[in-house]
Design a protein around this ligand. Structure first.
Ligand SMILES: [Zn+2]
Length: 195
């Protein structure tokens, strides 16, 4: 799993695609971390820092995962997380972002895991495009996988423009999952990502 942006950046082709998808200009997708790619990365970083200063920063694990999201998604995630933490805190819990972006290679590795943990190969998960995050509810250090707070903080998605929540899905309800609503499906996002 890409727990940090540095891990995402190691896969240079993926990183160049992600930069392009997010609206930056790293030049051709050629797997070389050259001048244009570095300049685009710096712009991404500047935007990310500005958004963080504007909205606020959070626990270390959430910060690491937020950093892997496209800056537009970082903005949405921070607005949502700020509200969600207030709701959870009032009940003595914390909410953290525990998953952000997975490269195609990481998604493929996850796909091969047995027992099966995902049906999605690289390019088939919204997490492969920097536009989705998953959360966990915690009490102190303890992760709590099942709790009414998942639904309660989920409903806050309504207050954040441009996002949708997996708890509203009909076929497969995914309460810890949030994503930009801009792309109706992972294939729509993939078409935009793999230009
Ligand atoms: Zn997810």
């Amino acid at each position: 799993m890409a727990d940090t942006l540095a891990q995402v950046q190691k896969d240079v082709r993926f990183w160049q695609r992600l930069l392009t998808f997010a609206g930056y200009k790293p030049g051709k997708v050629d797997g070389v971390n050259g001048r244009k790619t570095k300049a685009a990365a710096q712009e991404w970083q500047n935007d990310a820092e500005r958004i963080k200063a504007e909205i606020g920063s959070f626990d270390e694990r959430s910060e690491r995962n937020i950093a892997t999201l496209t800056p537009d998604t970082q903005r949405a995630a921070r607005i949502w997380l700020k509200a969600a933490k207030a709701v959870a805190d009032a009940e003595g819990y914390d909410v953290r972002i525990i998953c952000g972006t997975r490269t195609y290679a990481e998604q493929d590795a996850l796909y091969r895991k047995r027992p099966r943990v995902t049906k999605a190969r690289g390019g088939q998960s919204m997490h492969n495009f920097g536009i989705a995050w998953d959360i966990g509810i915690f009490r102190g250090k303890e992760y709590i996988g099942d709790h009414a707070l998942y639904a309660k903080v989920g409903k806050l998605y309504n207050q954040v423009p441009g996002i949708t929540w997996g708890g509203t899905w009909k076929s497969f309800v995914d309460e810890p999952h949030y994503q930009l609503e801009k792309y109706s499906s992972s294939s729509a996002a993939r078409n935009a990502f793999e230009v």
